[in-house]
Design a protein around this ligand. Structure first.
Ligand SMILES: Cc1cc2nc3c(=O)[nH]c(=O)nc-3n(C[C@H](O)[C@H](O)[C@H](O)COP(=O)(O)O)c2cc1C
Length: 187
């Protein structure tokens, strides 16, 4: 089996992620990979915020402000969890979609394009020995969170990729029977 295929088959989401985060040069390649996502009419709907260091505190503050202002009956324990959430990895990439008006390309296609950019990021990181996990939770896929991340109206947060060096034992990758998922039409 070739290395590209091995990289896809062994990608694993990691919950425990520590330093070191990828370097600047590595992340530049990772973003080039992200921008090779399929993109109907080349509308370039995807963009990214790369967060590390003090930026994680800024994200934590944004989560806290969003939660206080938008989540009803917010329990103090939940708020603490949200405040700590960004510190679960040394780097976070926020996946953002800016849907453009186009007669043939609906918004959902553009969000899917950003999602595939997310997968390209995870695969590129895996190929370099780094780990990641895609999280959404309370802070994605709604029309209110963007304001707290200094986004323009209409820009969508598609998810957060937590990124770093995997720590501990990787979880077992399940073996799936393709016959349960694939229907073949050949005549
Ligand atoms: C759009 C999307 C959102 C997700 N949101 C979360 C999340 O908020 N929290 C979480 O623990 N896992 C979330 N996951 C699942 C993990 O990223 C991961 O896929 C899952 O743990 C299975 O691991 P695997 O990718 O190695 O198969 C999400 C996945 C996707 C595709």
């Amino acid at each position: 089996m070739n290395d590209a295929l091995k990289n896809i088959l062994n990608r694993n989401s990691h919950r425990s992620l520590v330093e070191p985060a990828p370097t600047r040069e590595e992340m530049d390649l990772v973003f080039q990979a992200a921008l090779r996502a399929p993109d109907h009419a080349w509308l370039r709907p995807s963009s990214f915020i790369e967060i590390q260091g003090e930026g994680l505190k800024k994200l934590s503050d944004a989560f806290v402000s969003y939660a206080k202002e938008n989540i009803e009956d917010l329990e103090i324990e939940k708020l603490k969890k949200y405040e700590q959430a960004p510190f679960r990895a040394p780097m976070i990439v926020v996946l953002i979609c800016t849907p453009r008006e186009h007669p043939k390309v609906p918004e959902v296609e553009q969000i899917m394009s950003t999602a595939t950019a997310g997968q390209n990021i995870l695969l590129a990181l895996n190929s370099m020995g780094y780990g990641g996990i895609w999280r959404t939770g309370a802070f994605s896929l709604n029309n209110k969170i963007g304001k707290y991340l200094d986004l323009d109206k209409g820009q969508q947060v598609v998810g957060y990729l937590y990124i770093g060096t995997p720590e501990g034992k990787a979880k077992k990758i399940p073996k799936l029977d393709i016959d349960e998922f694939v229907t073949k039409w050949s005549s």
